[in-house]
Structures are given as structure tokens and as C-alpha cells.
Ligand binder design. Structure first.
Ligand code: C2E
Ligand code: MG
Ligand code: MG
Length: 599
């Protein structure tokens, strides 16, 4: 039974159809889909006819495949579309809801980032964070903001500290140069409007380098702090105290009516600073040189005023220190000369422009040369031979005395050794030690080095130390002298009578000689009291077992008087001027030949 669709071709029975129909029946009904193409495919349903079993008849119902599966496919397609649409709708809804939730969290994250970006690091308003990764991101951002806030605070503190440091002196906490100059400019502007004066003082402690060298830097620092405190107590509330560095302090005195107004403050300061300062077991007596410059008379600008006050301070130092000096033009010239000397001396040291001269010291009895004093000179290409009196103080102030002193020591040892080698016997050479060299910690090493490098026996070196240099720090000087004496070198006190050695202390010093200062010798025959002093010094030295050398002997009368007093040795122009080693050797030839006697 064929059920063709209208317009469809009639069923054809071919091999597949035939074999389906002829195949033995396995069940009551069997079904197969047969056909070459989908349009030609038909569903064959065969049923065995029960009553014609013997005949093996079968009945086939043939329906086009399309008619059978078409409605099922359409139904399925509908269901599938519905499902997809529903799924899509659910998905879209979930997406919208998810998007909404994520958006809210992202917005919070973005807000936090924007807040941090704009520099507001304080923690967010809500303490709770959503769960999930975005929540963790928000927590991390919050932590970052907190840490940034802390860092910002630390940076602010640091900056404030740096600003303070940039304007204050770290040791004394006084204003530094920068702050002083700011204040000065401010006060100058005000003084200009109100027709007032501004005073600027520059202070420098006298011989502070010696304190530092002998007591060490920590004691030196303690001294500076004490000085800073005293300065602040000595000034008016409106004044400013500052430190330029080292031992240089500045005081700014604003709003003065007359130049005289500086005086009471200056006196107050000088007085406060001269009071002894306790430094552990020792007490120190500080003195100060104070220079003053006044706006608008001595300068109209802060830098100029500071500089001129500094020049005035050098002027005060030049006058012996422990005093005040007001700026004047001559001082400026003096300072320029000093700076030139310093530069020239530096050049001289580097280029071998120093010369060592030797002056004979003769025995009072025999007239033979018993020693030499080494005296340094500077062969300046511009000025000629420059006296040590001109450059030694500058060398001391600038520290150039250290290389200079080492050079002199070496040259002196070398020469003493050479005279010995040349057969003149022992001619010890006396070298002058400056206070800075003597108080410094390395003098022993320097002496040992000079002796060793020139192979000079220690007894051929004598060291001259001035009285004032010893008296500044008696105990320490005593220790240094003992250490030097232990090396085998002889020690002499130079310029004796000009300092303040107490006689009781004199016997404690391990010295061999006293050199009577030239000022006493030159007064012989003119000043009876100086003659008495010379007699007393010689008598004292004899009692203490010390040899005496008279310096600056220029006339036979002086020599005769000194001889009657029992003076042991003479040095002076009467015998010979200081000269180069060759000149000295000529004197040796004159006086030290065997059997020769020039009384
Ligand atoms: P000083 O140690 O008292 O040296 C003696 C000074 O008196 C020398 O002056 C010498 O030339 C001078 N003189 C010697 N005999 C006579 C005389 O009969 N009449 C006069 N009017 N003067 C005489 P100079 O060479 O100018 O030295 C001056 C000072 O410079 C020395 O005084 C000494 O303190 C210092 N000096 C010299 N050389 C050195 C050195 O190498 N190192 C150190 N630290 N100081 C030195
Ligand atoms: Mg001397
Ligand atoms: Mg002398």
C-alpha cells in the first residue's frame, strides 16, 4: 500500500525493496527506510499476513520518509529554538545582573584609585570589602593607600628636618650662614625704612686650633657648644647668634640707633667668654677676637657686612686677640696681604722656594761654634728673601706649618749629619718648633722620621720651644717634652723671659738650655733693670743646672757684660748673621780649627 504524496512519483520496487520484502520476518512488524536520495526515501513497514502464513504473504505500507519525519523534525526544531531562546534569555539576564554587580565593585575600585591618584591616602569610607578577587584588590589598594600615607608623613618629617638642617648648624643648633644671611637681609631692609643701623659681629676663639689639637675633637666640640650657650645668654632677645663653622660665630644686632649701641653687647660677650670653661679634669680659659661691621657705614649688603666683620675680626687677632675691632679699609688691605702670603707660601712649599739659614752659637769661653740655629726663609721670586716673622704666623693659622716644620726638621738633621761627616765633629742644629707643631700629636713621629731618614744621631738635634707655648698647657707640654727628651734630642726654652714661666715649674721641665730673649740683651748698657733680669736668669739657670744662651748679641759690651754674669753661649750678629750652610761652614773654618781660640 503506497501512500504517495500528491505529485510524488510512484514507488518502484528495486533490489533493496525486494530484499527487504522477501527477507524472513523476525517479528510481527518490521520497518526500514529505503531510498537513494532523501526525497526518494520511503519508510517501508511490512507485516506478515497471519491467515496466509503458508503462502508467506506480506503486506507493506509505504510512506514517503519526508511525510513521516517532517512533523517530528519541525517539532524538534521548535523545541530546540525555544530552548536556545530561553537559554539566551537566562544568559542575558545573568550577564546583566553580573555586569551590574561587577560594575559596582569596579566603580569602587576605580574610585579608590582616583582618590589615591589625587593624593588622598586616608583609608576608604567602608571598612567591609566584597568577597572575591575584586574585594582583595580593594583591600590591597587600601593597604597601599595606608602605606603611602605613612610614607608621605615620613617624607614630610624628613623634609622639615632637612630644611631645619639646611638653616642650622648641626653641632650648636645655632643659625648657619644661610639663615644668618636671610636674617641680615631682612633686618637691613627694615633698617633702611626706619633709618636705623644693623650691627654684625664675627667672633673667632683665639688659639682654638691648639685646644682641638691637644684635647681632641670631642672636647673641642663641647667647648664650642658651651661658647654657643654663653653667646646666646649675652645678647638681646631680638639679636641672632649663628655659627659660620669651626670656631667662628656671628651675632646680628638689628635696630640700633647709633654705632655706640654695639659696645655694651660686645663687652658683655667678651666678658662672658673669658670666664673659665670646665672641660673634664681641666679648666680652659677661652679668649675671643671680635670684629664689628655696621650697616650702612661698613656695607649695604649682608655678604659684604659679614666679610667686613670677618676682616675686622682678623684685625683684632692681629692686635693680640681677646679684643674687639671695628672694620676699616686698612684692615682689608692687611687681610689681602695675608691671603697673598698664604697662597705664596703654599706655592713655595710645592716649588722648593724655602731656604734654611744657619746662625752659629758659640761657647762663651772658647769662642768655638758649639751649635747652630736653623732659621727658615722664603725665597719669594717677587719680594726676595721673606722673614719667618712674616709667614710663620700665617703658616700656623693655616696649618701649613705642618709640612713646613717637617721640611725644616729634615733639612736641619741632614745638615748636622753632613757637618759631622765633613769632620767638624758634633754641631747640633737647633730647630724652632711652633706651638701648633709642639701641641700636635705627631711631633714625636715627625722627629723620629727626620732623624731616621737622614741617619742623623738624635743628640745632633735640638728643639727650641717658646715659653708661652709651654705655659699654655703646662701638664701636656711636660709630657710631650719628656717623650721628646726620651728620643735623645735636647730641648731649649726659646725667648726666655718674655713668657710667664713660674720658677717652680721650670725645674720640672726636661730642658738643657735657656735662651735669653734678645730684648733683654739689647737693653744691656741702657736699662739697669733689664741687666738685673739677665743676671737673675743666668743665676737661676746655673742653680737648675741649665746652660744659658744669649740671643741677639750685637756689641762687644753686651758680650762682656754677659760673660761677667756667667752666660755660657752667645748667638748674634756680633758673631755671625744667619746664612746658608756654606756661610756657616766658613765660620766653622774660622773658629773651629784645631788649637784655635777666639774668646
Ligand atoms: P728666634 O727663634 O728667636 O730666632 C732668633 C731670631 O733672632 C732670628 O730671626 C735671628 O735672625 C735673629 N737674630 C739673631 N741674632 C740677632 C742679632 O744680633 N740681632 C738681631 N736684631 N736679630 C738677631 P729670624 O730668622 O727672623 O726668625 C724669627 C723667628 O722666626 C725666630 O725667632 C723663630 O721664632 C721663628 N722661626 C724661624 N725659623 C723658624 C722655623 O723653622 N720654624 C718655626 N716654627 N719658627 C721659626
Ligand atoms: Mg729660636
Ligand atoms: Mg729666640
Amino acid at each position: 500500500m503506497d501512500y504517495p504524496r500528491p505529485g510524488a512519483s510512484a514507488v518502484t520496487v528495486q533490489a533493496p525493496e525486494r530484499s527487504f520484502m522477501l527477507a524472513p520476518l523476525e517479528g510481527a512488524v518490521e520497518r526500514a527506510s529505503i531510498g537513494e536520495t532523501s526525497t526518494a526515501r520511503r519508510v517501508w513497514i511490512k507485516v506478515g499476513l497471519q491467515r496466509a502464513q503458508d503462502a508467506d504473504l506480506r503486506l507493506a505500507l509505504i510512506v514517503p520518509d519526508a511525510d513521516m519525519s517532517g512533523p517530528v523534525d519541525a517539532q524538534f526544531q521548535h523545541a530546540l529554538f525555544g530552548l536556545i531562546a530561553f537559554g539566551a534569555a537566562i544568559f542575558a539576564a545573568a550577564g546583566v545582573l553580573g555586569e551590574f554587580a561587577v560594575r559596582r565593585k569596579t566603580a569602587r575600585v576605580m574610585n579608590t584609585i582616583a582618590r589615591i591618584d589625587s593624593g588622598h591616602y586616608e583609608p576608604g569610607t567602608t571598612a567591609s570589602f566584597p568577597r572575591g578577587e575584586l574585594g582583595e584588590v580593594m583591600q590591597a589598594l587600601d593597604r597601599m593607600a595606608r602605606s603611602l600615607a605613612q610614607q608621605r608623613q615620613a617624607i614630610a618629617n624628613h623634609t622639615a628636618q632637612l630644611e631645619r638642617q639646611a638653616r642650622t648648624d648641626p653641632l650648636t643648633h645655632l643659625a648657619n650662614r644661610l639663615q644668618l644671611l636671610e636674617k641680615l637681609q631682612l633686618e637691613i631692609a627694615q633698617a633702611r625704612r626706619q633709618e636705623r643701623l644693623v650691627g654684625v659681629m664675627v667672633l673667632d676663639l683665639d688659639r682654638f686650633k691648639a685646644v682641638n689639637d691637644s684635647l681632641g675633637h670631642s672636647r673641642g666640640d663641647a667647648l664650642l657648644i658651651e661658647v654657643a650657650g654663653r653667646l646666646q645668654e649675652s645678647v638681646r632677645p631680638q639679636d641672632m647668634v649663628g655659627r659660620l663653622g669651626g670656631d667662628e660665630f656671628v651675632v646680628i644686632l638689628p635696630n640700633l640707633q647709633s654705632t655706640e649701641d654695639v659696645m655694651p653687647v660686645a663687652h658683655q660677650i667678651l666678658q662672658a667668654l673669658t670666664l673659665p670653661i670646665e672641660m673634664g679634669p681641666a679648666t680652659w680659659q677661652v679668649s675671643t677676637s671680635l670684629g664689628v661691621a655696621i650697616y650702612p657705614i661698613d656695607g649695604s649688603d649682608g655678604e659684604v657686612l659679614l666679610r667686613n666683620a670677618d676682616v675686622a675680626m682678623y684685625g683684632a687677632k692681629e692686635l693680640g686677640g681677646n679684643r674687639m675691632a671695628r672694620f676699616c679699609e686698612q684692615m682689608d688691605q692687611a687681610l689681602t696681604a695675608r691671603l697673598q702670603t698664604e697662597a705664596g707660601l703654599r706655592h713655595a712649599l710645592q716649588h722648593g722656594d724655602l731656604r734654611l739659614h744657619f746662625q752659629p752659637i758659640v761657647d762663651a769661653g772658647t769662642g768655638r761654634v758649639v751649635a747652630a740655629e736653623a732659621l727658615v726663609r722664603w725665597q719669594d721670586p717677587r719680594r726676595g728673601l721673606v722673614s719667618p716673622q712674616e709667614f710663620i704666623p700665617v703658616a700656623e693659622d693655616t696649618g701649613l706649618i705642618v709640612p713646613l716644620g717637617a721640611w725644616v726638621l729634615r733639612q736641619a738633621c741632614e745638615q748636622a749629619r753632613r757637618w759631622q761627616d765633613d769632620g767638624w765633629g758634633d754641631i747640633p742644629v737647633a730647630v724652632n718648633l711652633s706651638a701648633r707643631q709642639f701641641i700636635g700629636s705627631s711631633i714625636e713621629d715627625e722627629v723620629m722620621q727626620a732623624l731616621a731618614s737622614t741617619n742623623c744621631p738624635a743628640h745632633l738635634l735640638q728643639l727650641e720651644i717658646t715659653e708661652s707655648c709651654i705655659m699654655d698647657q703646662v701638664d701636656q707640654a711636660l709630657q710631650t717634652m719628656h717623650r721628646l727628651a726620651a728620643l735623645g734630642v735636647e730641648l731649649a726654652i726659646d725667648d726666655f723671659g718674655t713668657g710667664y714661666s713660674s720658677l717652680s715649674q721650670l725645674k720640672r721641665f726636661p730642658v738643657h738650655k735657656l735662651k735669653i730673649d734678645r730684648s733683654f740683651v739689647s737693653d744691656i748698657g741702657r736699662d739697669a733693670s733689664d741687666e738685673v733680669l739677665v743676671q737673675a736668669i743666668i743665676a737661676l739657670a746655673q742653680k737648675l743646672g741649665l746652660r744659658t744662651v744669649a740671643e741677639g748679641v750685637e756689641t762687644p759690651e753686651q758680650m762682656a757684660f754677659l760673660k761677667t754674669c756667667g752666660c755660657d753661649e752667645f748667638q748674634g750678629y756680633l758673631i755671625a748673621h744667619p746664612g746658608l750652610a756654606a756661610d756657616f761652614t766658613a765660620v766653622l773654618q774660622q773658629r773651629n780649627q784645631p788649637g784655635q781660640l777666639i774668646p
